[in-house]
Structure formats: C-alpha cells, structure tokens
Design a protein around this ligand. Structure first.
Ligand SMILES: [Zn+2]
Length: 109
C-alpha cells in the first residue's frame, strides 16, 4: 500500500472525489485519499479530464490576479472581461458587497 507523500503516516485509499471549480460541479472522478491527513491525489490523466470539463463549461482560467486601485476615497477592483462576460455583468448593475475572511464577496441579483 502506498504511503502518503504529504504526512508520511497515512496510506492511500481509492476514492471517488467530487470536483468543484468556482462553485460549478465538474463531476466525480477517481483519486486516492490519505487515511491520516485527508489529502486527495488525482493523477494527471484524470486532471486532464477535469480540465476539459471545466473548459466545456466555460469556467477554465476564470480565476485571475487583479490589482486594487484608488477611486477617490474608495478603492476599486477591475473585473476582467472574461469574468464579466461569464456572469453577464453590465455597467450600472446593482450588487451587494461584503467581506468574508480574506475575501470580498460581490453578490449579484
Ligand atoms: Zn497524509
């Protein structure tokens, strides 16, 4: 039985793992889960399948780096075009913003 390369204590057991990206369900895929630390290992061929599914759903590469800019007394975040298009965001749309532990959540109607 394979030993976990992360904690080096647990052993790896085959599991079916649900993969979610940006809140979108990409399906359930085989992997191996450590009995100690719970780390899940997915092999390269499975990762490729997951990537293909994410691309089909139009969400691959939607996570992007952005810079906080100044806008008067407030700060502004530029929303990349790809993300705006995916969410069908338009200028002037109402949104509700709130902090959440190292995140900013912007809720859309
Ligand atoms: Zn482990």
């Amino acid at each position: 039985m394979a030993i976990c390369p992360i904690c080096e204590k647990g052993t790896l057991k085959p599991v079916q793992e649900k993969h979610v990206l940006f809140g979108v369900d990409l399906g359930t895929y085989p992997g191996e889960k450590c009995t100690q630390c719970g780390e899940v290992f997915t092999d390269a061929s499975v990762m490729e399948k997951i990537e293909t599914t994410a691309k089909k759903k139009g969400i691959w590469g939607l996570g992007k780096k952005t810079k906080i800019a100044r806008a008067g007394n407030s700060l502004a975040v530029r929303i990349p075009k790809e993300v705006a298009d995916y969410l069908k965001l338009k200028e002037g749309k109402d949104a509700y913003l709130h902090p959440e532990e190292k995140k900013i959540i912007i809720e859309l109607d």
